[in-house]
Design a binder for this molecule. Structure first.
Ligand SMILES: Nc1ncnc2c1ncn2[C@@H]1O[C@H](COP(=O)(O)OP(=O)(O)OP(=O)(O)O)[C@@H](O)[C@H]1O
Ligand SMILES: [Mg+2]
Length: 467
């Protein structure tokens, strides 16, 4: 369901925007061209008026009171719609066109003033009469006259200009909506074809589910933004597929790990129930069952810790002094190593503080120390050290134990990986310890690395940014 207020598709919005912008442009152009046409029509009329005015003046029609017919003879038929009159200094009629009978041309104050200065004046005026007629009027002074001047007024009705302008507006009224409609249709089609790949992509993406993450969006090979988007989404699907596979593997491994102690527990109980046993036998069964339950609890705890760490979320951040922490871990390590013939001791220790969570950092170090003790035979040594690099705290757990093949070094940080399963079964480890260490270190923006020589020992190093 689409949220209210966002009902328009991108295609419709694009088309609307496009049409809106086009409408604005067309309106501006139309207004401008209307204005230009208006101006050029008036200029043409003015040129005609000047010509006729000059003829009238030069032919002395005004003075000799020659007839209008004579004027028309001189000018030719295309000037028939032009009328004129000769006016006295105060605008009184002294002769003129038949067409003007009863409708005197006005002589404005401005035209009179300018005429007295020898200048002609163009005006657009309305003639009073039965119906208002707009006229373009040229007033020329008869300069040869001594003052007070007389005037020749030449006029042409605005009809033709108005007709031309109305015709132009009518054309615009038809052409603008038509053109706009065509352009909007074209725009909609264009937007549709441009967005078709997006439709296709979303249809494919909808089919990609947790059950079928193998599908990918097809690239069109154009190298454009949409191809780039498809590539980005495909890369995201790759990561999702990997993450899902990881989760499935993790769940399967966890189930497998849980089944082993549960099966042992069930087997022990079944055997005990099969016949009448002595109290000593029952105690033995319970003891071994308790071991399996302990193993299960430890596994469940580790799984919980790992999933909490992976879920992320803000971990408490406080200054953690590594020196006392190391002492504490050394203490626990010494107790663990007790009876195994392994010596746990301190190496170089510098006072260093980092930002982080004390209890998870303690867990990480304990896991490393526990491993070092576990994988070091009797007579071996485990050494803890903390130093300050230029911008890092470097915590190392060094042992003289069994070491690892360099090829295995990369895999040991994955969950449920044990290099020697037979021995691990004895020690009860599920292979989660180092995954937990890695998650803790990465939540502290640090790095975890290992150097190992088979048979000679390993060094696990945690580097953390200084607090
Ligand atoms: N210090 C070490 N020396 C040699 N091998 C090691 C050392 N630390 C880890 N390993 C190897 O890496 C594997 C993974 O270690 P990890 O701590 O994740 O699991 P674990 O110790 O077997 O079980 P858990 O920690 O869950 O009890 C171990 O099984 C072991 O083979
Ligand atoms: Mg371990």
């Amino acid at each position: 369901m689409r949220p209210p207020g966002r009902r328009l598709s991108v295609r419709t919005r694009l088309t609307l925007w496009y049409s809106g912008v086009l409408l604005a442009i067309v309106l501006v152009i139309s207004a401008f061209s209307y204005f230009m046409l208006h101006r050029s029509l008036i200029r043409d009329a003015d040129v005609q008026l000047v010509m006729v005015g000059q003829v009238i003046r030069d032919a002395g029609i005004g003075e000799a009171k020659r007839s209008e017919a004579e004027l028309h003879q001189i000018l030719g038929p295309e000037f028939f719609d032009i009328f004129f009159r000769v006016a006295g200094p105060e605008g009184q009629e002294e002769g003129g066109s038949e067409a003007l009978r009863g409708r005197p041309l006005p002589l404005s104050v401005e035209a009179r003033e300018r005429g007295r200065a020898g200048e002609s004046t163009f005006e657009t005026v309305a003639l009073a009469g039965r119906e208002r007629v707009r006229v373009r009027l040229l007033t020329i002074p008869l300069t040869r006259e001594p003052a007070p001047a007389r005037f020749i007024q030449v006029g042409v009705a605005f009809d033709e200009i108005d007709h031309a302008l109305v015709g132009y507006l009518e054309t615009l009224a038809v052409m603008v909506p038509l053109g706009l409609g065509l352009a909007a249709t074209g725009g909609a089609l264009l937007a549709r074809s441009a967005l078709k790949p997006v439709d296709r992509m979303s249809r494919t993406a909808r089919r990609i589910t947790a059950e079928d993450l193998t599908r990918r969006l097809a690239l069109r090979g154009t190298g454009d933004e949409l191809d780039h988007l498809a590539e980005t989404l495909n890369a995201m699907f790759d990561r999702l597929e990997e993450a899902f596979a990881h989760v499935r593997r993790f769940a399967a491994d966890a189930a497998h790990e849980l089944r082993t102690p549960l099966t042992a527990l069930k087997g022990g109980i079944e055997v005990a129930l099969r016949a009448q046993r002595t109290p000593e036998d029952y105690r033995e069964v319970l003891r071994s069952s308790l071991e399996d339950v302990d193993r299960l609890i430890r596994l469940a705890e580790n799984l919980l810790i790992l999933s909490r760490l992976r879920m992320g979320g803000p971990s408490p951040c406080e200054p953690v002094e590594l020196e006392p922490l190391l002492m504490d871990v050394l203490d626990v390590g010494a107790r663990l190593a007790d009876g195994r013939g392994v010596t746990v001791r301190l190496g170089r220790v510098e006072p260093v503080t980092v930002e982080g969570d004390l209890s998870t950092l303690r867990r990480a170090l304990l896991n490393l120390v526990e491993n070092a003790i576990k994988y070091t035979p009797a007579g071996g040594k485990v050494e803890l050290s903390v130093e300050r690099d230029s911008h890092q705290a470097v915590v190392a757990v060094r042992d003289t134990g069994v070491g690892m093949d360099p090829a295995d070094v990369d895999t040991i940080f994955e969950p449920f990986v044990r290099l020697d399963p037979a021995r691990a079964r004895d020690t009860g480890g599920a292979g989660l310890g180092l995954s937990i260490v890695r998650s803790i270190v990465s939540t502290h923006a640090g790095t975890l690395s290992v150097e190992s020589v088979p048979g000679a020992g390993s060094t696990f190093t945690i580097r953390l940014p200084l607090g």
